[in-house]
Design a protein around this ligand. Structure first.
Ligand SMILES: Cc1cc2nc3c(=O)[nH]c(=O)nc-3n(C[C@H](O)[C@H](O)[C@H](O)COP(=O)(O)OP(=O)(O)OC[C@H]3O[C@@H](n4cnc5c(N)ncnc54)[C@H](O)[C@@H]3O)c2cc1C
Length: 267
């Protein structure tokens, strides 16, 4: 289902109550009644800049966290710093994971049994995403129409007899969607696979988005049992509805642990 960018089989695992309440939260019903979504003037980059401003010198971009190790009175984060990718150890009082729960589990040294049980209940799906000017990449999906975004199922031979794999793919026509004053077309294209994007992309990104199941919903309820308990905190969209708003709501819960709220950011 396109709203969660997951394949059709995975979305059938989502409880109906969750699907309907999320559609309500994101305002889909209002659209049918003539409501309108609002846009952040200048695009999402504007609020990223505002949020990053007070902590600019503490942000390390392009730095992969390899391990997180708890010591008796602190936490050690092991990263690979570009360009050398030499391992680097940094010491912190507490650590907040803002990634998919199943990925967080792969980074923690000696997770507790509660952490292991809760975090492993979540799933995620990988996407290759790329940006291109090349209209040919999306031409096959368009079927004569010119939608600003589109999600489709792509059937590919799986190499086993006549079997086919079904992949979810799609594109966003960024020039139309964001009314960009550009001479050339600009598309964001994605496919649900960990295969790399085709070559005609000038920027590519790998994402993992949450996939929900009954066990993941049960695990969401166990958040207080592991988050903030032993110097580690967990947030990310997967702890809520899997969408951007879910990421914010889950982050606010962790911020509350430190006595922080949204009011302080918006002052
Ligand atoms: C193509 C596409 C379109 C989407 N469209 C929408 C939409 O229109 N609306 C919507 O609400 N949602 C949309 N989503 C879903 C949306 O991306 C997620 O809901 C949201 O980004 C999740 O936020 P998050 O903070 O939980 O995780 P993320 O945004 O995935 O952030 C996690 C970050 O952690 C980084 N990371 C992971 N592992 C490590 C590591 N070991 N070390 C260091 N960094 C690491 C990742 O690189 C990433 O930057 C879309 C997703 C995709 C793939």
């Amino acid at each position: 289902m396109s709203i969660w960018t997951v394949d059709s089989e995975s979305v059938l695992q989502f409880p109906a109550s969750f699907v309907f309440s999320t559609l309500k939260d994101v305002g889909v019903w209002r659209l049918f009644r003539g409501g309108r979504w609002r846009q952040v003037s200048g695009g999402a980059q504007r609020y990223i800049e505002a949020l990053a401003e007070p902590m600019r010198e503490c942000i390390s971009l392009g730095t992969r966290v390899e391990r997180v190790r708890r010591e008796s009175d602190h936490v050690v984060v092991v990263t690979n710093h570009p360009p050398t990718n030499e391992p680097c150890e940094q010491r912190f009082d507490e650590v907040i994971f803002a990634i998919n729960a199943d990925t967080a589990l792969t980074l923690i040294d000696n997770p507790s049994s509660d952490e292991r049980q809760t975090l492993s209940a979540f799933g995620s799906t990988k996407h290759s995403t790329g940006i291109t000017h090349d209209e040919r990449v999306v031409a096959g999906y368009r079927n004569g129409s010119e939608p600003a975004f589109m999600h489709v199922d792509v059937h590919r031979p799986s190499g086993k007899g006549n079997a086919q794999t079904e992949l979810k793919a799609g594109f966003f026509d960024l020039r139309r969607l964001f009314r960009l004053q550009l001479k050339d077309p600009l598309f964001l294209w994605y496919i649900l696979t960990d295969q790399p994007c085709p070559k005609n992309f000038f920027a590519t990104f790998d994402y993992a988005t949450p996939v929900f199941s009954a066990t993941a919903f049960e695990a969401q309820q166990k958040h207080p049992r592991i988050s903030g308990v032993n110097r580690l905190h967990f947030c990310g969209a997967g702890w809520e509805n899997g969408l951007h708003e879910g990421g914010v709501v889950s982050a606010l819960k962790v911020a509350k642990h430190f006595g922080k709220s949204l009011d302080e950011v918006t002052k």
